[in-house]
Design a protein around this ligand. Structure first.
Ligand code: SF4
Ligand code: SF4
Length: 262
């Protein structure tokens, strides 16, 4: 903890960064802190309870735009940052990433190549709860699965917190707000809620870090991160782990299986 605080103070003092996106103590869980002074840096914490995906703040122009930022990154945030750099949403050199090793040590990354190597060589934290959800839902007959998801999504009131929490949802104008043409019905209703989640997760195919932030942000506790988790598994099975060669929706390989076409 002290190592992080003194490193951040040094970086801020030397002008190497203008702001550090990290965690401070929250009421229940650690919460985000954008530290821009030594006093604020003194509130920083970083341990295994800091699992939120802070990469979402790095594309916020109102908070970080035009600034050199440091970030305390969980494994999932590191994966998101790799993707954001590949998608030219972040500039290499403008972001200084600090990760936490499985042993609890602070690890700075100087280049995107180092960050990618670490993400590839470090197994993702296990997701036993999410894996069990997927097993149970996959085991349902199709009609029961449909009933389950329409039942859950019927409660969605379209607050878009799931979108706001996702580092990969960085468009300034989302498809749900476009009305010429209107792709999705803007009001909350079961079928339009289903459409919204399917669209959201389809846009994440091959880009999603599987961080679970979308589900954690939902004020109703709807398990929308399980749809993302299932999608991430399907993409990995069908196309391998995401690479820097583009997302599965923006690339085509003649050898791709077309087993989704019935
Ligand atoms: S879709 Fe959900 S799980 Fe995937 S990156 Fe976005 S917030 Fe994380
Ligand atoms: S956070 Fe929950 S309630 Fe809000 S739009 Fe997403 S699924 Fe619906």
């Amino acid at each position: 903890m002290n190592a992080l605080r003194s490193t951040v103070k040094e970086l801020l003092g030397s002008g190497a960064i203008d702001v550090f996106v990290g965690y401070e103590k929250g009421t229940r869980l650690p919460r985000p802190l954008l530290a821009a002074s030594a006093d604020e840096a003194d509130k920083l914490i970083f341990d295994e309870t800091c699992t939120g995906n802070l990469a979402v703040y790095l594309t916020r122009k109102d908070l970080v735009g035009g600034k050199k930022a440091g970030v305390a990154a969980s494994w999932y945030a590191m994966r998101s940052i790799c993707r954001l750099l590949d998608e030219n949403q972040l500039q290499e050199g403008a972001v200084k990433v600090f990760g936490l090793t499985p042993e609890g040590d602070l690890k700075p990354f100087d280049t995107l190549a180092d960050l990618k190597q670490h993400v590839q060589e470090t197994p993702p934290p296990p997701k036993p709860v999410e894996d069990e959800w997927v097993r149970e839902i996959d085991a349902m007959p199709a009609a029961e699965r449909w009933k389950f998801w329409t039942g859950e999504l019927s409660k969605c009131f379209k607050c878009y917190a799931c979108r706001a929490a996702c580092p990969m949802c960085y468009c300034t104008k989302c498809i749900v707000e476009v009305n010429r043409p209107q792709w999705l019905q803007p009001w909350a209703a079961t079928m339009s809620n289903v459409e919204w989640q399917l669209n959201r997760v389809m846009h994440m195919a091959g880009r999603c870090a599987d961080c679970g932030a979308c589900g954690a942000a939902c004020p109703l506790g709807l398990p929308v991160h399980i749809i993302a988790h299932k999608m991430a598994k399907l993409v990995a099975q069908s196309f391998g782990e995401p690479t820097d060669k583009g997302s599965v929706l923006s690339t085509f390989n003649p050898n791709d299986e077309e087993n989704f076409i019935l």
